[in-house]
Design a protein around this ligand. Structure first.
Ligand SMILES: [Zn+2]
Length: 50
């Protein structure tokens, strides 16, 4: 298994708030997590970005 670093960015304001790693898989859908965004001051959907 290969773990690749990804950044999680807020889907509302685009701020990159979190860094994590994920297991690389072919034809995997992007990660979507509910995380707290300091800029929006609320929980928003965060998506992985490279
Ligand atoms: Zn935000």
């Amino acid at each position: 298994m290969t773990r690749v670093p990804v950044a999680l960015s807020c889907s509302v304001c685009g701020e990159r708030n979190y860094k994590t790693t994920r297991v690389q898989r072919r034809s995997d859908k992007p990660l979507e997590l509910k995380k707290f965004c300091k800029k929006c001051n609320r929980h928003t959907i965060h998506r992985e970005s490279k």
